[in-house]
Design a protein around this ligand. Structure first.
Ligand code: OVV
Length: 396
């Protein structure tokens, strides 16, 4: 069998602005589709997306996890030593990073992060109306994450513009990409500088990567690039993860009431937010060899777009897949990916959301949408530019 060809551009602004409207068509067209406008394959069903993520030998990452094939095109920046590598190099860098990004390390910061969250939420409740992106989605990660890495204070405003460029660069060189790149020059220069050993504070995760280099676990040059992964992947993802979760609750007031009544659902609510509105919508792989997916032959050297967010709403996998339901068992979602490349920072992201929801449950009676949210169009992220909301204070 050959893949069904669709005349659908998943990087058209109209698609990126409202992706869920198109995911059903992608899933229903077949297990593998040919996305004619961008000349690559796509998969949007949970079973096939998960299987492709599991099979890193066939669906390789070292040729880039964006549209560009690093075997044909020069990468726009030196490849990530985690995201854009295969074993054995990947396993060496990932093991080193796993020792730094550990539950034990997060346990040390959890109480402090809770205090920051309690204070931030109390202030937002006192204010009433605020912007869910700027004042919460961005404010919280920026208040905790750069300190965790050990970044200097000056220039942190470059982190989000840098990430915007990184995530746009996984797509084609369309207008979305060009807009993100147009003003990213200073951000790129700042990030390059911020990854150097002499810029990092002692005790932070950044310096710990260099200390691993001192022990011979990697070279100093590799350490610099691994620190860059923290800055690339750790900010804009959680900014929008938080904003999307607040948005989900604002659109589903009954779900917020349910969580308030049953705080034990907190962890489930977080996973459900990640499933229902996955910040990272897509990643590519490249076929290193010919392969067969659900009876469809894929040639070697093909780019395959994996629709993580569509897989997370596949009715073959989830009952009432389009419903946001905090009581649901959402584990098995691929919002953090799956397999050897599954999100390194997932515990960090979860902890950020956990301390925020823990702060909100006793203080916020209702979350009200106060205007039309504005989307921030990005080639990879489902992102918001603004989210006008109100936290009404709890009196109970
Ligand atoms: C998951 C992710 C996204 C963007 C960049 C990177 C990782 C990186 O390792 O640089």
């Amino acid at each position: 069998m050959s893949a069904v060809s669709l005349d659908l551009d998943p990087f058209a602004e109209e698609f990126l602005a409202a992706p869920y409207a198109h995911h059903e068509a992608l899933r229903e067209a077949g297990p593998v589709v040919l996305l004619a406008p961008i000349g690559c394959y796509g998969m949007a069903r949970h079973a096939e997306v998960q299987a492709a993520l599991r099979d890193w030998q066939t669906f390789v990452s070292s040729r880039g996890v964006g549209l560009a094939d690093f075997q044909q095109e020069e990468p726009w920046r030196p490849p990530s030593l985690l995201l854009e590598t295969d074993p054995p190099l990947h396993d060496r860098t990932r093991s080193l990073m796993n020792r730094i990004v550990s539950l034990g390390a997060l346990r040390e910061v959890a109480a402090r992060w809770q205090a920051v969250a309690d204070d931030m939420i109390a202030r937002l409740v006192a204010r009433g109306r605020f912007d869910g992106v700027e004042d919460l989605g961005a404010a919280f990660p920026l208040a905790v994450f750069p300190d965790l890495i050990g970044l200097r204070s000056a220039g942190r405003e470059h982190l989000i513009p840098y990430a915007t460029a990184v995530f746009n660069a996984f797509g084609p060189r369309n207008a979305v990409f060009e807009r993100g790149m147009a003003d990213a020059g200073p951000a790129m220069a700042w990030v390059a500088e911020a990854c150097r050993r002499d810029q990092l504070l002692p005790g932070g995760w950044g310096m710990q990567v260099y200390e691993a280099a001192d022990r011979g676990e990697c070279t100093a040059g590799e350490a610099e690039r691994l620190v860059r992964s923290f800055l690339s992947a750790g900010v804009d993802t959680t900014v929008n993860g938080i904003a999307n979760l607040i948005h989900a609750f604002a659109m589903h007031p009954g779900q917020w009431q349910r969580l308030r009544q049953e705080p034990a659902l907190l962890k489930r609510a977080i996973e459900e937010g990640l499933r229902w509105d996955s910040t990272v919508q897509t990643f590519f792989r490249t076929t290193g060899r010919e392969t067969c997916v659900a009876g469809v032959t894929l040639p070697a050297n093909a780019k395959v777009l994996l629709f993580l967010a569509a897989a997370n709403r596949d009715p073959r996998r989830w009952e009432n897949a389009d419903q946001f339901d905090v009581g649901r068992q959402s584990s098995g979602h691929v919002g953090f990916g799956f397999g050897i490349h599954q999100c390194l920072g997932q515990m960090v992201a979860r902890l950020e959301m956990e301390v925020l929801l823990r702060a909100m449950i006793p203080r916020v009676n209702s979350i009200n949408l106060m205007g039309e949210p504005r989307r921030r169009i990005n080639n990879t992220l489902h992102a918001l530019a603004s989210l006008p909301v109100e936290f009404r204070a709890a009196t109970d």
